[in-house]
Design a protein around this ligand. Sequence first.
Ligand code: BTN
Length: 238
Amino acid sequence: MTFGHPRRHFRRTGSTNERARELVEAGAPSGTVVTAAEQTAGRGRRGRIWAAPAGKALLYSAILRPLGARHGMLPVAAPLAVAEAVEAVAPERCEVKWPNDVWIARRKVAGVLIEARPPEWAVIGVGLNVSIQEGELPADLRWPATSIGHGASVEQTLKALNDRLGEWVEAPRDLVLAAYAERDALRGREVAWEGGPPGSQDGRGVAAGIDPLGNLVVELESGLRVALGAGEVELSAG
Ligand code: BTN
């Protein structure tokens, strides 16, 4: 799969995910990428906003269509691609914090927001801080933010992401799970959540990896294990 052709770039727009969805409706092909130097209504997960100073973050939305069985691991594969893209442009090591965040040294450098209408299409939205100075970073007390740094540029990072995403969106499940396990920022750490499945709506326990569907497995004090879906729970620091 090749991402980045065609590419639509906006100097300033509301949300690249929104522009990409419009392009989907207008028949844009799989692989189309929308970028912006600045967003005025950047969307984060769970209704949050995504803010970044103009020109200093990669604000990226890629169209993938149609969605087939081979894309079943997309929510896990996309942050892996982001992690590899960061490592391609800077001497840093990234971890993935379930479900969609990418961390450098336990601080969030990127978030992924996938909006999809299976089996028709997915828009893979990535907000990746590239050259934001410490004082310009949005204050997110939940998971403090960071930036790639090291003189990396947004365009260079874009190329790396197109390349790595092209590989990972079609990677087989076992490869995705193995790569995730190598980068799992939560494994062995205490996590707390709200809004889980009946019987474990709220709770805390120790993260024990993900299951083959991409759910977070948490071991409770009782020894029982629960699987939490990305769409249903809100993690807080353990
Ligand atoms: C998150 O961590 O909550 C996910 C953030 C995703 C932000 C990106 S920025 C580019 C794309 N357009 C949007 O409106 N959101 C995503």
